[in-house]
Design a protein around this ligand. Structure first.
Ligand code: AMP
Length: 368
């Protein structure tokens, strides 16, 4: 087992297995191109090792060049692929073979096809060392494949996890712990904090309450605390940029957690999108958003009662409470549609005895 950043990876393919696959691709291509002097175009960064070993195994005259693409998650789940290095301009009339390290969804491949359709090459074919047939969208023919692999996240032999692991001679796969990540959703006073205390013990999860983290920082007079204080005192939301960064730091500081309960985050669409993007880059995801439902007037009474004992100034003044509700209705409520669109939104009746509500939440979690 090896560790890269916060994740563990276990051996998947040996150096020998990889080289056999590389050689088989080289031989298939050689049989088709022996009289043609093709140009092999590697797709950076991931394909550099494959290109090197492929060329060593390719027995006939050939040329080599590179393009560079970068695929990152945009704000939507479709993802965007950016071209960082264009195809060389001396490909006119030549036969090109694109060398990819891995083809999974086909997003990068689509961009490659666009790139090469805009050149005046004689023809081009696609060769990929690794190929995830289970997830490939099937849009274009892949002419040469080294090894078909299951839909596992792999690193090594040029492929990375957040830029680490490219230098490994073997290929490793992510050792996926079964993780549950939950968002507790609901208006102020709905019982998110109370329920999180029970759920975190029951399911062995790390509880992150952004409100608690802000209050802790205010108490300790940190820079973050000073920044957040004026917003919190008014019952306004703290700006997204500050809150998102803080949340990401909290997750990063708990690499051993077997899952998280996000309480009071996300509260805006920008936060929800940032959370999805951040989790995806860490090979994690939200499993469910659990919404505690309760009537405004019940909540206001609860908050005023809490204010008497908690000392929270934002709980003691009805106008501040109403402002928090307005912030909720305007900025947080739209997240219901965001999570519904992902099929992850579950509403639970938030009125009743604490243990009954924990039981209702547990039923949803256990069905995930
Ligand atoms: P809470 O303890 O969740 O009721 O949060 C108390 C206050 O902290 C809120 O009224 C906001 O001022 C601030 N806060 C907590 N979480 C967030 C968030 N995700 N985005 C912006 N502000 C937040």
């Amino acid at each position: 087992m090896i560790k890269l950043h916060d994740k563990y990876f276990k051996p998947f393919l040996s150096e020998e297995q990889i080289l056999v696959a590389v050689k088989s691709v080289a031989e298939k291509v050689a049989a088709d191109y022996k009289d043609k002097t093709p140009v092999f175009v590697g797709v950076l960064n991931g394909a550099f090792m494959f290109v090197a070993d492929f060329l060593k195994a390719y027995p006939h005259p050939c040329e080599v060049s590179f393009v560079k693409l970068s695929s990152y998650q945009g704000l939507t789940s479709t993802g965007i692929v950016e071209t960082l290095l264009d195809p060389p301009d001396n490909l006119e009339g030549k036969s090109v073979i694109i060398l990819e390290d891995i083809i999974d969804s086909g997003r990068t491949l689509k961009e490659l096809v666009h790139l090469f359709n805009n050149t005046n090459v004689k023809d081009y074919k696609i060769a990929s060392l690794f190929y995830k047939s289970e997830v490939y969208n099937g849009e274009y023919t892949i002419d040469y494949v080294g090894i078909e692999i299951p839909d596992k996240f792999i690193v090594g032999y040029g492929l990375d996890y957040l830029e680490l692991g490219r230098n490994l001679r073997e290929v490793y796969q992510l050792n996926q712990k079964h993780m549950i990540n939950l968002v507790l959703f609901g208006k102020p006073g709905a019982g998110k904090g109370t329920q999180a205390q029970f759920l975190k013990d029951k399911y062995n999860l790390k509880h992150i309450s952004t409100g608690d983290v802000f209050r802790y920082n205010i108490k300790n007079g940190t820079e973050l605390g000073n920044l957040a204080k004026s917003y919190m005192d008014q019952g306004d939301l703290v700006p997204d940029k500050v809150t998102i960064k803080m949340l990401e730091d909290e997750v990063e500081n708990n690499p051993e957690a077997s899952g998280f309960i996000f309480d009071g985050f996300p509260r805006t669409t920008a936060q929800a999108e940032a959370l999805d993007k951040f989790l995806e880059s860490r090979k994690m995801k939200i499993d469910a958003t659990l919404a505690l439902d309760a009537d405004d007037e019940v909540l206001i009474q609860r908050l005023l009662e809490r204010g008497k004992v908690s000392g929270r100034t934002d709980d003691q003044d009805e106008s501040k409470i109403r402002n928090r509700f307005e912030e909720y209705n305007e900025k947080t409520a739209p997240l219901q549609a965001y999570y519904e669109a992902q099929g992850k939104f579950h509403t639970v009746n938030g009125i009743g005895a604490i243990e009954d509500i924990t039981h209702r939440l547990g039923k949803v979690i256990e069905e995930l």
